[in-house]
Design a protein around this ligand. Structure first.
Ligand SMILES: Cc1cc2nc3c(=O)[nH]c(=O)nc-3n(C[C@H](O)[C@H](O)[C@H](O)COP(=O)(O)OP(=O)(O)OC[C@H]3O[C@@H](n4cnc5c(N)ncnc54)[C@H](O)[C@@H]3O)c2cc1C
Length: 284
């Protein structure tokens, strides 16, 4: 199928973007890397009258550390994240995640902001952002606000972005040296969206786990923070009994919608296995 007809604009400043958003409202769509949006147009899942290509706007791409925060601009590509020494050193969870995002050709064009704004529940960055306690910067004409990742993802492909707003960056707090993180997922083929995945981040001191943030992907309509599993682990050695107790909480915490390939029971089993593997990796 071919995309429906649409007008195209490539503004050179944020002011111009806000003008276009004000004028066209929800009949306009932001175009970043186009890796998800263009496919959805070709499938006629949406029929915007205007695409606003933001790739010509200066200052929206890049990775920078300031104090205890690492900022990733919305237009930063997956490839830039994959090859960033700062990300590898300071946000190892994201460094592990990006290798699982699609395939090289898509990673060359797809952007951080596009992935966050799309809010696919099986995508890696949203779960990482929830696990790491990130916030997103949302800009509109003359104003900016920050929204915590946990509050940003509202439902299936639904976010806190309001009409007229643009996501400009994600801000990640840098963790203390005794925090570890691991990203694990199970997909039908490497690079496909995960069936189930887990972004895990925790303090590990003296072999004990504390302050664990376990964000599952593919486990509900948004990333799901498994707070009961984290409570079962708090200040404990991840021995077999503790791991089993944490795994047992998942049946109640994860939605795990069945799909064409996997039942809820299968996904629950995969989630339990991932949690066990993640705890072993964190404690190793
Ligand atoms: C075959 C295939 C496999 C894939 N596998 C994975 C995978 O395993 N994991 C994964 O995470 N992703 C996967 N993706 C998606 C890929 O990561 C996309 O690049 C990403 O989701 C969207 O980024 P984009 O820059 O291309 O956004 P676009 O396609 O341009 O936009 C996506 C949506 O976000 C909106 N948008 C974009 N930028 C902004 C902004 N700054 N502010 C507000 N709204 C904005 C657009 O209006 C649109 O609704 C896959 C894609 C394909 C085609």
């Amino acid at each position: 199928m071919k995309a429906p007809e649409f007008a195209y604009a490539k503004p050179g400043s944020l002011d111009e973007v806000f003008d276009l958003l004000d004028r066209h409202g929800d009949r306009a769509r932001i175009l970043a890397g186009g890796q998800s949006l263009l496919a959805s147009l070709n499938l006629r899942l949406s029929e915007p009258e205007l695409l606003i290509d933001i790739t010509g706007i200066p200052g929206l791409a890049g990775i920078a550390v300031s104090g205890q925060t690492l900022r990733i601009g919305a237009l930063t590509t997956h490839r830039q994240i994959e090859t960033s020494a700062e990300i590898a050193r300071r946000l190892p969870l994201l460094a592990q995640a990006v290798g699982n995002v699609a395939h090289a050709a898509i990673r060359n064009l797809g952007t951080f902001g596009g992935s966050i704004a799309l809010a696919d529940p099986a995508a890696e960055y949203p779960a990482c952002a929830v696990a790491l306690g990130a916030t997103f910067v949302l800009a509109r004409r003359g104003a900016e606000r920050s929204v915590k990742a946990r509050e940003f993802f509202r439902g299936l492909y639904e976010t806190a972005l309001q009409p007229g707003e643009l996501l400009t960056a994600g801000e990640f707090p840098l963790a203390a040296a005794d925090y570890r993180s691991v990203l694990l997922e199970l997909a039908r083929r490497h690079g496909d969206y995960a069936i189930v995945g887990l972004a895990a981040h925790a303090r590990v001191a003296g072999g004990r786990i504390s302050d664990a943030r376990l964000a599952f992907l593919g486990a509900g309509s948004t990333p799901v923070l498994a707070v009961r599993a984290a409570a079962a682990l708090e200040n404990r050695h991840p021995d077999a009994q503790t791991i089993a107790a944490a795994q047992a909480t998942l049946a109640d915490e994860l939605e795990l919608p069945a799909d064409l390939y996997s039942s809820r029971a299968t996904k629950l089993q995969l989630a339990r296995v991932l949690l066990g593997r993640a705890l072993a990796a964190l404690a190793a």
